[in-house]
Ligand binder design. Sequence first.
Ligand code: NDP
Length: 388
Amino acid sequence: MTEKRTLTVLGATGSVGRSTLDLIARQPDSFDVLSLTAHRDVDGLAAAARTVNARRAVIADGILLQPLREALAGTGIETAAGEGAVTEAAAMGADWTMAAIVGTAGLRPVMAALRGGRTVALANKEALVSAGDVMTAAAAESGATLLPVDSEHNAIFQCFDRSQPKAVRRIILTASGGPFRNRSLSEMKSITPAEAVAHPNWSMGSKISVDSATLMNKGLELIEAYHLFPLEPEAFDVVVHPQSVIHSLVEYVDGSVLAQLGSPDMRIPIAYTLAYPARMETPCERLDLVQIARLDFEAPDEERFPALALAKQVLRARGAKPAILNAANEVAVASFLDSRIAFLDIFAIARECVEDFDPPAPASLDEVLEIDREARRRTHEFAGKYCI
Ligand code: NDP
C-alpha cells in the first residue's frame, strides 16, 4: 500500500473489530482512522480510539455519551452517541469501512457506507441475508466495492474469476461442524450457552458462535454467498471440514477446483480486504501442511442440524423469508444465551416464524426493517411457549 487511507470501523469493540484494529495498529503510517463505533462498551471504545488515534468515537447507546466524554477527556478525540450518530459515522466517506456490527443493528450503517461509494469490508452477514437485494443494488448504484470478510466468502472471492463467472459450476462452502459435530440428538437437548459459545477452531462473538453450533451460520452464509456471487441457489454446496484449513472452494466447468487455505485467524481475510487489491504482512501463524498432515471432509448431517435445510428452503423462496429467518434466529439465539430456551428450540422457533409469516418481498431498506420488526415481535410470542 502506498497512499495513506482513511478508515472507519463499525463494531470496533467486537471480535472482528478488535482483529481489524490489531492490524491497523501495526501499520500506523498506512491508515488514518476517522471513526470507531461500539454499542455499550465505553471502556473498550475509548481504549481503541486512543490506541489508533481515531478522530471520533461513537457509542450507539445514547445514555453513554457522558461516560465516553469522560473516558476520552483531554485526548481531542470527538465523541458522539446514538444510533443515528453510528449511521452518520458510516456515511462520512472513509476510503475503507469495516462493517462489523453484529445483527440487524448493522443494516442502516452498512447501507450508509455503501451509498458513500467507497470500499466496504463486510463482516455483518445479516445485512446481506436480510437485505441482500437492496444492499447489492445500492452498491451497484454508488459504485462501492463490497469485499467479503467472512472467511468462506473471502476465500471464494479470492478464487472466483470475476471475468468469467459462467465458467464457475459450483461453490463449496466449508463448515467446521461446530462444537457439537459428534453429539447425538438426545445429548444436544441439554447443551448450555457456555458450551455453545466455545468454538473448537475460531474465536468469535457469542451470537455467531451459537450460529456455528446450530449450523445456522452456514445457512446464513449460503444466503450471503448467493448475493455476492452470481450463481443459482442450487450451485452452492456445504461440506464439513473439521480442521478449518480450507476456507471454501470454487469448482470450474473444466473440473478444476480452486481453494483458499490459511490458519483459522480472522486477521487473514480482514488483511486481504484492508490491503485490497494489494497484500499486506500479518502476524498470523503460517500454515504448516506437514504438521496438519490430513484434511477431513464429510457431508453435513441435516437431521441433527436442520437449520441448514431451513436456510436452503429460505434461499429458494427468497422474498421476505431471509429477513424473517435472520430476525427470528437473532431473537431465538438471544433467548438461548439468556438461558430462557433450550438449544434445540432455536431452530424450532426460527422455523415456526419462517413458516407462519409471509409478507410480500421488501423493495427498500425501510420495508426490510419493518419485516424484521414484525418477525421479532412474532418470534418473542413463539419463544414464550418454549420458555424453560
Ligand atoms: P461481537 O459480538 O464480538 O461484536 C459486535 C460489535 O457490534 C461490537 O462492537 C458491539 O459493540 C457492536 N454492536 C452490538 N450491538 C450493536 C448495536 N445495537 N448498535 C451498534 N453497535 C452494536 O461480534 P463479532 O465481531 O463476532 O461479529 C460481528 C459481525 O461479523 C457479525 O455479523 C458476525 O456474524 C460477523 N462475522 C464474525 C466473525 C468472527 O470471527 N467473529 C467471522 C465472520 C463474520 P459492544 O462491544 O459495545 O457491545
